[in-house]
Ligand binder design. Structure first.
Ligand code: AVJ
Length: 328
């Protein structure tokens, strides 16, 4: 299918509609609790809005993680060592990746991303900042095992998965991804992964409902994207952004809530929402030291070192690929 021959991984129909987007939206709006996978936030508008979120005073994760990367350079160098191929899951953010690469003297940098455009931009940016560093971008869906370039086959790997993006997945999907990463990276690999921490629900809810309304715009853009790309007639002004802490699952949930009863069409199909009914658009799980250990171990990774920002809001964990052995 589309994944072959270096073609785009995005499957478009004859009208240019993203087939997977339409399938996910139609299925999700048909569920009892309406839900749409969070990955569909990130069209061009949504990606820009996320960048804007990271600059909001209430949204601490990006600043906290960047602080760790800035302040622990010598510890990274010591615990990771030189000569590794850094494999980043999702193409590099402008700030975090150079901080890591500058700390550890890597042998190569391999950004993986499903979007060829983001990938090429990130690769060009990094190649310019690190002139001697071989950069091998791979257009791939990292939720599946990826065949890494031949050039890095014999180099030990460091997986890099910042941002607490793992928190967007429910435990079962997160474990699948961690195991897939292990298969992609191989024996002897390490993983440096960002995981946001459980804290006061008021702080968390504010981080996902900033006063300037940028997160609200980010959430509502999903409904706008449905209208733009799938011939939707969702009345945007009848939807309200909601961010709420779910203590049982230790996660922030984002929803779009109907402020009155509405009916609309998407791709010719009709849907209704009662007043107060929601579309669940994102989970952002938060972790304790124990729950992060449990998740990593279940995914085949042994946590070796953990760093926190000075306010202890966010953690960056270095783990290595566990060699399975029998108990005890
Ligand atoms: C990019 C997935 C880490 O969950 O904090 C930010 C996305 N959503 N504000 C997060 C997001 C709302 C973000 N991640």
């Amino acid at each position: 299918m589309a994944a072959e021959q270096g073609l785009s991984l995005v499957d478009l129909d004859a009208n240019g509609v993203d087939v997977q987007f339409r399938a996910d939206v139609l299925r999700g709006l048909g569920e009892v609790q309406k839900a749409i996978p969070a990955r569909w936030f990130y069209d061009e508008v949504g990606s820009q809005l996320f960048e804007d979120i990271t600059g909001q005073p209430e949204y601490y994760p990006t600043r906290a993680e960047t602080e760790i990367l800035q302040s622990r350079s010598s510890e990274f160098r010591e615990l990771i060592g030189p000569g590794r191929a850094v494999v980043e899951f999702g193409s590099g953010s402008s700030v975090k990746t150079p901080l890591l690469l500058g700390s550890i003297a890597p042998a190569a940098y391999v950004p993986l991303d499903i979007s060829g455009d983001f990938l090429r931009a990130a690769a060009a940016d990094l190649a310019e900042k690190f002139p001697g560093l071989p950069v091998h971008p791979v257009e791939a869906d990292f939720m599946r095992q990826v065949q890494l370039p031949e050039a890095v086959a014999d180099q030990p790997k460091l997986g890099f998965f910042p941002g607490s993006t793992i928190g967007n997945m429910v435990a079962r999907t997160a474990v699948d991804l961690l195991r897939t990463m292990r298969a992609t990276l191989g024996e002897g690999s390490q993983l440096l992964i960002g995981m946001d921490l459980i804290k006061d629900p008021d702080v968390l809810e504010a981080a996902y409902d900033d006063a300037a309304g940028v997160t609200a715009a980010f959430n509502l853009n999903l409904a706008e994207r449905i209208n733009r790309e799938l011939g939707g007639t969702i009345p945007i002004s009848a939807l309200r952004h909601v961010a709420r802490w779910n203590d049982d699952f230790a996660r922030i949930e984002m929803h779009l809530e109907a402020v009155r009863s509405i009916a609309f069409e998407v791709s010719g199909r009709r849907f209704e929402m009662a007043e107060g009914e929601t579309i669940h658009t994102e989970n952002s799980h938060k972790f304790s030291r124990r729950s992060s250990n449990t998740l990593l171990l279940a995914g085949g990774w042994t946590p070796r070192h953990r760093w926190f920002d000075s306010a202890e809001r966010f953690s960056l964990i270095l783990a290595d690929a566990t060699v399975p052995r029998s108990a005890p």
